[in-house]
Design a protein. Structure first.
Length: 236
């Protein structure tokens, strides 16, 4: 595995300081697994330019302007190897929802460029001029894309070999067709609720089977709920 180079284009680079300094992402940076750089969009302004303007045609809100975004992307791409495996992502409530499969694919890239959307979005010409993908954190709207970008970053970096223990990744939710099993620790009884006896038995074969059954049961329930939601959406 090579180093994952991450470039974050944002109006608020200071929001990423805790992620870079304290989290799994920070540890991955310290171990040389990730090289993360934030690019303040205001640094790309020239003269008396603004980073945003009112939309042509009228309407509420503001739109991020194409020129500072293009200057920032051009500088990043000019300094990057031309044959690297890269992806440009725009955080957008209009895009498909981010999945674990996306995180796994992104963790194998050479470069990930995250553009934090804002306001009413970005000038549409950004999509026409650059090969970017719009990705959403969920079916809801955030004030800015920084929170979504941090979530994408955390989910991706933790899958890079060496970022966390390999066993933790292999046994967690979304790593296969099942969800993570329930977990318990001390005390064995709390407010009348007991830890399942099998987990205290010391029988590792039975414990492993119980965990597999619980994982399958959770996945079955999740799929049932999804099917119910899909039927409700279709009926509307």
């Amino acid at each position: 595995m090579g180093v994952l180079h991450v470039d974050v284009v944002t109006l608020f680079p200071e929001m990423f300081a805790p992620v870079i300094g304290l989290s799994i992402v920070g540890r991955a940076i310290e171990r040389g697994l990730v090289d993360l750089r934030t690019h303040h969009l205001l640094d790309a302004l020239e003269g008396r330019e603004r980073a945003d303007e009112r939309p042509y045609g009228g309407g509420p809100g503001m739109v991020l302007r194409i020129e500072p975004l293009a200057r920032t992307l051009d500088a990043i791409l000019a300094a990057a190897p031309p044959d690297e495996r890269r992806l440009i992502v725009l955080t957008s409530a209009s895009g498909p929802v981010f999945r674990q499969a996306d995180a796994a694919a992104w963790s194998a890239l050479d470069r990930l460029i995250l553009i934090c959307g804002h306001y009413e979005g970005v000038d549409e010409r950004l999509r026409l001029l650059y090969p970017l993908e719009e990705i959403s954190l969920g079916e809801f709207v955030l004030t800015g894309g920084e929170i979504a970008a941090m979530a994408f970053l955390d989910a991706t970096v933790r899958l890079i070999p060496g970022a966390i223990e390999a066993d933790s990744v292999a046994a967690e939710s979304w790593s296969g067709d099942e969800l993570d099993h329930p977990s318990y620790t001390r005390p064995p009884t709390f407010r009348g609720v007991d830890v399942p006896a099998v987990l205290l038995s010391g029988d590792h074969a039975k414990i492993a089977e119980w965990r597999r059954e619980q994982s399958r049961a959770r996945a079955t329930e999740r799929n049932r709920l999804r099917a119910t939601e899909a039927e409700a959406d279709y009926s509307q």
